[in-house]
Design a protein around this ligand. Structure first.
Ligand code: C5J
Length: 220
């Protein structure tokens, strides 16, 4: 059995059941003027991981392995946005408000788009999700089942919110999850470190973590 060097122990990879899930690498979380910045965050932390996310995406593309991109966003009529979510956090721009990149986190708006360097290509799945987790109110579960995918490598932002929530949802559904450490980021260094520690604690209670180079070596 092939293994990827990982923590807390080697990840038993099955290449015919493996996919990459890239969480919410959207302009609204990474660029000044977007939702992340409107909450008072330093978005430069997010743009710093773009080269590593890109390397991972290209590695999966070159290996012919499936890639799934997610986007946190809502319908223009806000019918899938609970008031509790819209009102949370006291941002200068709330979800649905008009900002410098269009309406914040609304499907089809410029700020909602995935960063151009990481944009999906034809054949890759794009999941629009109204929640922090990518399984809630989406077709992700069906997509994975139809394709026989049982192992997920995770990249994207933010580590402790949408990435960790989705990993926990996936773990509960029986998927084996591996987080690519350099290809995920938080607005808070200590939250990234804590999320990584929590995920792999207690014998990989939520999943494994590994370096991008070790993941790429295994699929090349
Ligand atoms: C947040 C996300 N942090 N993609 N979204 O609101 O993690």
């Amino acid at each position: 059995m092939d293994k990827i060097k990982a923590e807390p122990f080697s990840f038993p990879v099955k290449h015919d059941q493996l996919a990459l899930v890239v969480i919410d690498m959207q302009r609204d979380f990474a660029e000044p003027g977007g939702f992340g910045a409107s909450l008072g965050n330093d978005v430069s932390r997010i743009t710093r991981i773009v080269p590593d996310v890109k390397r991972l995406i290209e590695g999966f593309r070159n290996a012919g392995l499936p890639i799934i991109h997610t986007m946190e966003c809502h319908r223009p009529d806000l019918s899938d946005l609970p008031p509790a979510k819209r009102d949370r956090g006291n941002p200068t721009l709330r979800i649905g408000d008009i900002g410098p990149m269009g309406r914040v986190l609304i499907s089809g708006e410029p700020g909602t788009a995935i960063l151009p360097e990481l944009a999906p290509v034809e054949g890759e799945v794009v999941i629009e999700k109204p929640g922090k987790g990518a399984f809630y109110a989406t077709k992700l579960g069906e997509v994975l089942q139809q394709r026989g995918i049982k192992q997920l490598v995770f990249a994207g932002v933010t580590t402790e919110v949408c990435v960790q929530t989705t990993m926990r949802e996936a773990n509960d559904r029986g998927y084996e999850c591996l987080l690519a450490e350099e290809a995920t980021e938080s607005y808070f260094a200590e939250f990234k470190a804590a999320a990584i520690a929590m995920i792999r604690a207690q014998g990989a209670i939520v999943g494994w973590t590994a370096h991008v180079d070790d993941i790429l070596e295994s699929i090349s």
